[in-house]
Design a binder for this molecule. Structure first.
Ligand code: SAM
Length: 238
């Protein structure tokens, strides 16, 4: 069979990228991001309760759960790296964020820990649709009174605008370098997407990693002026 017309979707590119990284991703997190993850973990910890769905869990087991803990990711290789979270039961499920294979009202906490910037699609408008669908799905499976928690690299509104204009060029360049597309949202954008599904957002943590980006392939480039602020948003029913 000829595969000449075959073109990988952005989601497949993300999965291939993280499958190929495998345990190197977990090592990078442990070695280079430990201080950052300690801060986001401390900020999130008091808000995590009950049954957890960790979307884009990436093999990184962050939280001890007293309920059930579902690790959810498009990368089967990273999913297989999860250690037990101490939860009464944990489960690894492979799939994508826009179509969660769970019945409505299933979880008390839904986490997106540095996964949302990887939801970038072929164009900026498809990226917006994709993240909106992902948040709608998260809200569907969230129990009343539950929380959606997002830890993410955010940028100022104006930087997001420039990024959206440059999106075709940047994604093409990333593709040439064999990286999947990424997109960094502003806090305002994330909050407005959450508001559209009836969630009020507050920021529980905000800090800058002074000189380097937490985003491949730029993570090793030292910056004088880093446009990224790491934020933790906690969203619940209005
Ligand atoms: C930067 S890693 C973050 C992993 C981990 N949560 C952490 O904090 O280190 C992004 C993860 O999101 C996953 N991912 C990307 N797009 C996804 C999607 N549409 N649905 C589910 N998982 C996705 C990737 O496979 C990867 O494991």
């Amino acid at each position: 069979m000829s595969l000449s017309g075959y073109k990988k979707s952005s989601v497949q590119k993300q999965a291939d990228f993280f499958n190929a990284l495998g345990s190197d991703y977990i090592k990078t997190v442990a070695k280079e991001y430990a201080a950052i993850y300690t801060r986001t973990f401390n900020a999130i910890n008091g808000h995590v309760k009950g049954d957890i769905l960790d979307i884009g869990s990436g093999g990184v087991t962050l939280f001890k759960s007293c309920g059930d803990h579902v690790f959810y990711d498009i990368s089967p290789v990273l999913l297989s790296a999860h250690s037990s979270s101490g939860a009464s039961s944990s489960l690894s499920v492979c799939g994508e964020s826009t179509s969660l294979p769970f019945i409505s009202n299933s979880f008390d906490t839904i986490l997106f820990h540095f996964s949302i910037h990887h939801f970038a699609q072929e164009t900026f408008s498809k990226t917006l649709d994709y993240i909106q669908k992902s948040i709608e799905e998260a809200k569907r499976v969230l129990r009343p009174g539950g929380k959606i928690i997002i830890a993410e690299n955010t940028v100022a509104d104006v930087v997001e605008l420039v990024e959206s204009l440059l999106f075709p060029v940047v994604s093409k360049s990333l593709e040439i370098l064999n990286y999947p597309p990424v997109f960094l949202f502003s806090e305002k954008r994330l909050a407005s997407i959450l508001k559209a599904v009836g969630c009020h957002t507050h920021i529980v943590c905000s800090f800058k990693e002074p000189s380097k980006l937490l985003v491949s392939p730029l993570k090793n480039i030292r910056l004088l002026l880093n446009p990224v602020t790491i934020k933790v948003l906690v969203a619940g029913n209005v």
